[in-house]
Design a protein around this ligand. Structure first.
Ligand code: NAP
Length: 246
């Protein structure tokens, strides 16, 4: 599906799922602004896109900090023009029994996983309103659908992303802007590999008997970003190999 002429922002685009989404959107023709805390990994994603003949810039910064978001959005507009696609992908996870979760960790998870997407939306929606067209895709988590041990703070933040998606979708539905979320199942990324999740056990318990790849999320995101997905909003598109069937 063609995204030629569109300008996309992907937060956390320097690694895993965000990198795959950046590559897919660029492959479909969008100019992509890769936002990441890690400047070097964002530049690596950009190099991969440019090597493949696409258009991209890297913006280093914290996608949950208002000043960094404004700075990255300005750089994106200067390079490519108004932003039409926003993928709120940046996120952090943490595995801790509930009673041991510190206040600082609750604040950090909530800041990056739910406040960040809300602030990025507030920064970028004016571009979409002016154009009468926009696509917002929030990356949530299947842990918010099923619950997950040692992830109370994480799954709560991602449940917030799902609820936020629905409410914002209603506010923007008549303005040509769709808002959807993708809750990934187990996707083989640096985040998953660094976690204490017993992959063998999870794979054995899953209907497809395999973990997903970042590309599985990327193709779903590219579909939701497309013109053809214009009548889909407020939805939760599970990409999880059948692990969750709500
Ligand atoms: P990942 O490999 O850790 O990539 C996340 C990227 O986001 C990293 O480059 C990270 O930078 C960046 N990032 C973190 N905080 C940021 C911030 N405040 N501002 C800008 N960039 C930031 O993780 P992933 O597995 O691809 O996960 C991507 C999204 O999918 C996350 O929202 C995650 O919760 C969600 N998810 C993943 C899975 C899975 O199985 N992998 C399942 C469900 C949901 P640094 O490396 O510098 O921290």
């Amino acid at each position: 599906m063609s995204l030629i002429g569109k300008v996309a922002v992907v937060t956390g685009g320097g690694s895993g799922i965000g990198r795959a989404i950046s590559l897919q959107l660029a492959n479909d023709g969008a100019a992509v602004s890769v936002w990441d805390l890690n400047a070097e990994s964002a530049e690596q994603t950009v190099a991969m896109i440019v090597d493949a003949g696409g258009k991209a810039i890297a913006c280093a910064g914290d996608a949950s900090a208002k000043a960094d978001i404004a700075h990255a959005a300005a750089a994106t507009r200067q390079a490519f023009g108004p932003i039409s696609i926003l993928v709120n992908n940046a996120g952090i996870s943490s595995f801790t029994p509930f009673m041991d979760i510190s206040e600082e960790m609750i604040d950090r998870i909530m800041a990056i996983n739910i406040k960040g997407p809300m602030l990025c939306c507030q920064e970028i929606i004016p571009d979409m309103l002016k154009d009468g067209w926009g696509r917002i895709i929030n990356i949530s988590s299947s842990s918010a659908q099923t619950g997950a041990p040692m992830m109370c703070h994480y799954s709560a933040s991602k449940g917030g992303v799902i609820a936020f998606t629905k409410s914002l979708a209603i506010e923007l539905a008549a303005k040509g802007i769709t808002v959807n979320n993708i809750p990934p199942g187990f996707i083989d990324t640096p985040m998953l590999r660094q976690s204490p999740v017993d992959m063998e056990k999870q794979i054995a318990a899953s209907p497809m008997k395999r973990a997903g790849g970042s590309e599985d999320i990327a193709t779903a995101a590219a579909f939701l970003a497309s013109e053809q997905a214009g009548y889909i909003t407020g939805q939760t598109l599970g990409v999880n190999g059948g692990r969750v069937m709500p």
